[in-house]
Write a protein that binds this ligand. Structure first.
Ligand code: FES
Length: 107
C-alpha cells in the first residue's frame, strides 16, 4: 500500500489542480508544496489565521474541533457548512480522490 494520496483543489474560477501528498501530511501542506494558488497559510498551520480555508467534500467531514470552528468565524461571508481549515485536515487513505474547493478570497 502506498502512502501517497491523490487529492485535488478547485479554484473559485473552476481551475483544478491535481496533487498528491503523503499520508499524515495536512491538506494545507500538500497545497503549499505543490504551489496551489489560493491557500495562504499565514500562520504556518497553527490554526491561528484562517487563511487556509477550503470547502471540504463530504468524505472529509465538518469541523468538530471548537478552536477550528472559532477560527472559521473569521472567514465571515465565505463560510459554509463544509468550511474547514486545511491545516487541520491530515491526509488519510479514505481521502483518495477528494476534491477541495477554494473560496474566492482568503480573509
Ligand atoms: S494555516 Fe493558519 S489556520 Fe491554517
Amino acid at each position: 500500500m502506498t502512502d501517497e494520496i491523490n487529492i485535488a483543489f478547485r479554484t473559485a474560477e473552476g481551475e483544478t489542480f491535481r496533487v498528491s501528498g503523503l499520508r499524515g501530511a495536512t491538506v494545507m501542506e500538500t497545497a503549499i508544496r505543490n504551489d496551489v494558488p489560493g491557500i495562504e497559510a499565514e500562520c504556518g498551520g497553527a490554526c491561528a489565521c484562517a487563511t487556509c480555508h477550503v470547502y471540504a467534500p463530504e468524505t472529509v467531514g465538518e469541523a468538530t474541533d471548537p478552536y477550528e470552528q472559532d477560527m472559521l468565524d473569521f472567514t465571515a461571508d465565505e463560510r459554509r457548512p463544509n468550511s474547514r481549515l486545511s491545516c487541520q485536515i491530515e491526509l488519510e487513505p479514505s481521502m483518495e480522490g477528494a476534491v477541495f474547493d477554494l473560496p474566492g478570497v482568503q480573509v
